[in-house]
Design a protein around this ligand. Structure first.
Ligand code: PLP
Length: 388
């Protein structure tokens, strides 16, 4: 008797989460681990956000809200999307979810049937293919090129399209590459999607973590035609250091938002009520702490770039967003899982093998950790690479 459903039996657990928990466990055992694996900000949630949630809890905000979230939060998100992203979504086209991961899952479940194809540019965030497979649809990978800053071109998208293509996933700023798509690149991709009515899942969770001259553009803001095909996903975890709060959101046409609301009404119901009050404070409060965090990430980013450029046998490109570096390890001749495992067991440095992102010639490091840990981790990486 097979107890596990066929669609689920072949799914792999999240490698990024398992490396992080392995590193945490080693640390608890007293081992001096440099954790460069975590995809989670090292800063605490700003105090004004915590206070708003605590006040809500004390005021008795401990009951269900509407499945799609508090009206005040959805109205706040509608305003945020209009003002910051030039996206016109009414509050009833927005659903608040339990983290952006949940938002992505809901959106894929709401729109993809068995047999549908979903185009995923590789390297990709580790969960997209498994989410697609979990609903019986099929991920179609398009290998992007390092010389093209790991971005899919409109031509590559067009070439990958078949009669079964239902959706493309665009993640800018990108995990794991840090790539940020320009307005022109997004417009060209949007045009191809519009020519065949392909949905665009636009995962914008790293929107605020952007450096130098780069600018975050929401693909749905390019034209109304593209907006109607776009499911915009964002959340509070990365920008506001709220990973444990589990708050993401989805903005889409009312038809898609309603379908997501229905799924959510039968699965999680609303995201935690008092956490939503924290989210309202995050949206409306002083944003200077966010700017400070981004400045700190940028200092680390530049430090890591300088160091990686002088380490033998590895190469990288400058990431414009998020808080990761994808490091090319091809010259070492070691595959990514082997590389990450050796680095963890011999040098006590946690990284994520690129195979988790569909690229076995790379590892991902995160700079969402303090500079001393980053420095020590890179010293150890350098020593390891000298020997390989
Ligand atoms: C690209 C991308 N999308 C979504 C998420 C999920 O974010 P959340 O913690 O809000 O579920 C992550 C988290 O690592 C991510 O990297």
């Amino acid at each position: 008797m097979e107890f596990i459903a066929e669609t689920i039996a072949d799914l792999s657990p999240s490698l990024t989460l398992s490396i992080t928990s392995q590193a945490k466990q080693m640390r608890e055992e007293g081992i001096d681990v440099c954790n460069l694996g975590a995809g989670e900000p090292d800063f605490d949630t700003p105090q004004y956000i915590k206070s708003a949630a605590i006040d809500a809890l004390q005021d008795g905000q401990t009951k269900y809200t509407a499945v799609a979230g508090l009206l005040a939060l959805r109205k706040g998100l509608s305003k945020k999307l209009r003002e910051e992203n030039q996206l016109d979504y009414e509050h009833n086209e927005i659903v608040v979810n339990c983290g952006a991961k949940h938002s992505c899952f809901n959106a894929i479940m709401a729109c993809c049937d068995a047999g549908d194809e979903v185009i995923i540019p590789a390297p990709y965030w580790t969960s997209y293919p498994e989410m697609v497979r979990a609903v019986g649809a099929e991920p179609v990978f398009v290998e992007t090129k390092q010389e093209n800053n790991w971005k899919i071109t409109a031509q590559e998208f067009d070439d990958a399209m078949t009669g079964s293509t239902k959706m493309i996933i665009i993640n800018s700023p990108n995990n794991p590459t840090g790539a940020v798509y320009s307005r022109e690149e997004l417009a060209a991709i949007g045009e191809v999607a519009a020519s065949e009515d392909i949905l665009i899942l636009s995962d914008e969770i790293y929107e605020k973590l952007i450096y130098g001259e780069s600018e975050h553009v929401s693909i749905g803001s390019i034209s109304d035609e593209i907006r109607k095909l776009t499911i915009t996903i964002n959340g509070f975890s990365k920008a506001y250091s709220m990973t444990g709060w589990r708050l993401g959101y989805t903005a889409a046409t009312k038809e898609i938002a309603d379908a997501i609301d229905t799924i959510q009404s039968h699965s999680t119901s609303n995201p935690t009520t008092f956490a939503q009050y924290g989210a309202i404070a995050a949206l409306t409060g002083d944003q200077s702490e966010i700017t400070d965090m981004v400045e700190e990430y940028d200092i680390r980013r530049q430090y890591v770039l300088g160091r990686l450029n002088s380490i033998a046998n590895v190469s990288t490109i400058e990431p414009d967003g998020a808080f990761y570096f994808l490091i090319n390890i091809e010259k070492t001749g070691i595959k990514s899982v082997n590389f990450s495992e050796k680095l963890l067991s011999r040098m006590q440095v946690a990284t994520v093998p690129g195979v988790a992102f569909g690229n076995d010639h790379s590892i991902r490091i995160s700079y969402a950790t303090s500079l001393p840990i980053i420095k020590e981790g890179l010293d150890r990486l350098e020593e390891f690479c000298k020997a390989h």
